[in-house]
Design a protein around this ligand. Sequence first.
Ligand SMILES: NC(=O)c1ccc[n+]([C@@H]2O[C@H](COP(=O)([O-])OP(=O)(O)OC[C@H]3O[C@@H](n4cnc5c(N)ncnc54)[C@H](OP(=O)(O)O)[C@@H]3O)[C@@H](O)[C@H]2O)c1
Length: 319
Amino acid sequence: MKLALIGYGKVARAFARLLEKKRASYPFRIVGAHTLRHGTAIDPKGLAADPVFGPPVASVEEFLDRTRAEVALELTTLNPESGEPAISHIRAAFARGQHVITSNKGPVAFAYAELRDEAARAGVMFRHEAAVMDGTPVFNLVRNNLPGVEIKGFAGALNSTSKVVVQSMLKGRSFEEGVEDARALGVAEADASFDTEGWDSAAKAAALANVLMDARLTPHAVDRRGIGRLTPERLALLKASGKTVVLVSRARRTPAGVKLRVRAEVLPADDLLAAMYGTSNLLILDTDLMGEIGVFTLQPGLKQTAYGLFSDLVDIARG
Ligand SMILES: NC(=O)c1ccc[n+]([C@@H]2O[C@H](COP(=O)([O-])OP(=O)(O)OC[C@H]3O[C@@H](n4cnc5c(N)ncnc54)[C@H](OP(=O)(O)O)[C@@H]3O)[C@@H](O)[C@H]2O)c1
């Protein structure tokens, strides 16, 4: 199967390395990579993992026309305000009869229902396992392993930076030092308030709810409050009474539709949601037929995100 990659940054490179490793059993071939500033590389025989980029083609549409791949991977930077231009990139691939896989949560958080329906009309698949939990099976888990189950809600500890900041403050460091610790670990966004004020958690909540609960909401609809007002002193008091704070994304189905909330919640220190540290993430699904069922990954990184893309690709190849 021929693949066209829109965006060739950290995730794309990790994905290319994974394909290299699995080449003997899975003959997928990256035939094109297109970036914003580094140019475009196209080779129908397959690109090297570290391709040489030439001048950029004029548009993503032209890139997709020239690569003639069966699958387009949308791996560009997240736009947390609107999900664009990634949404348009995905539509351009659908219009050319190409399946799409993305690790970008923007399109799933802002336009999932439309994209799902457009993919169905075009007779192609739209997959996004790596977009929310770094490749941990959640969308594929529900689709493939929980047939007939209704998701009534969920609770997740999904943001790495906020966990690192709280854990640093529990050791007596200041909020700002906690943010520095998250930066040193490479998990904080350039603007760390995107994490600490709950925007990342809100985007993840919207993406999960749109896919698993057909919520048709955007991150702007999330009732959101981050950890920005927490202090080491307040955390020390909570710790003394066996409690801690976790930035939690929650969804629940109500008669008025799906409600989404992100809050710095005070929880018992031994609560399951408080068990995650660093980049580890956890999601508990509340279901009608299986009660509460959850997934977690310990300290995921680029390897796991690359696997999320690969698992979608194998799923598509199997038809
Ligand atoms: N890094 C992670 O651990 C991780 C985990 C899960 C999900 N994600 C998501 O996966 C996506 C990629 O992440 P990353 O870490 O690989 O990002 P990255 O290293 O910043 O790479 C982004 C790539 O997208 C390209 N790009 C940006 N805007 C573009 C446009 N309009 N047209 C064409 N190319 C464009 C950039 O081009 P230039 O090279 O020219 O700048 C770059 O090659 C993001 O949406 C991110 O949120 C990342």
